[in-house]
Design a protein around this ligand. Structure first.
Ligand code: SAM
Length: 222
């Protein structure tokens, strides 16, 4: 998530939605605390977005989920909650210290046997997954500069019908001024690829809340 000044009201509405629909964090308070305690950036998805990921995994009937960008495992645990018994989730994290915090949180949430964390740059670890069963759901939320490459890996590791969610695609609106920021340019290029590639049926939704003005892209692989 990007830094944000916030229009008055967005954060309060977000708090209301979280309290009303996500029941005060649904047991995720310790995960959020672990992010603060480890001095990690508060760039996990919002609770409402985490619950959306869980619902999307469930709606998709996904049994195998791939996540790129673990941080402390907040979105990982939400995604894992959407899986049926016997489901599996692979999550990619560059920083070993983030992965260590995430592993503790994932174990404490009861998903130690469900989730594998691949430590290292995702572009190095994703190739090790080739040749396995396809993933039914892919969540992309790591270094934005590699989003286009991650979409191409989603195509390689997914199947027709795989759902792909890519976070942070509005980036405070800077995607309309890609010269201002290399990440904005990369996000825009990834959106343009989604829109022009025959391989995706895609849309994107803007969001505003405690995490600022941003959004996510949602696609299925054709
Ligand atoms: N999905 C997480 C959540 O909502 O709880 C937040 C992920 S955070 C936005 C991005 C994470 O991607 C960070 O932990 C960062 O260390 C990791 N990351 C950055 N570059 C990466 C790379 N090249 N490969 C894998 N992970 C990377």
């Amino acid at each position: 998530m990007v830094e944000h000044q916030g229009r008055p009201g967005w954060a309060e509405v977000e708090d209301f939605l979280s309290a009303t629909l996500v029941q005060g964090g649904a047991g995720m308070e310790a995960v959020v605390r672990s992010i603060d305690e480890a001095g990690m950036p508060r760039i996990e998805v919002a609770p409402t977005a985490g619950k959306l990921l869980m619902l999307l995994v469930r709606i998709q009937g996904a049994k195998r989920v791939l996540e790129i960008g673990t941080l402390a495992g907040f979105s990982t645990i939400w995604l894992a909650r959407g899986l049926p018994d016997g489901g599996h989730l692979t999550t990619c994290e560059f920083r070993p210290e983030h992965a260590a915090v995430a592993q503790r949180n994932i174990d404490a949430a009861g998903f130690g046997a469900t989730v594998d964390i691949l430590i290292g740059a995702a572009l190095d670890t994703l190739p090790t997954l080739a040749g396995g069963d396809p993933y039914d759901f892919v969540f992309i939320d790591a270094d934005k500069g590699n989003n286009l490459q991650y979409l191409k890996w989603a195509l390689r590791l997914g199947r027709p019908g795989t759902v792909v969610v890519m976070d942070n695609v509005i980036w405070e609106g800077t995607i309309l001024d890609p010269g201002s920021d290399p990440d904005a340019a990369a996000i825009r290029a990834a959106l343009e690829f989604m829109g022009t590639s025959d391989s995706f049926e895609a849309t994107a939704i803007q969001t505003a809340g405690a995490k600022g003005w941003d959004g996510f892209a949602l696609a299925i692989i054709r």
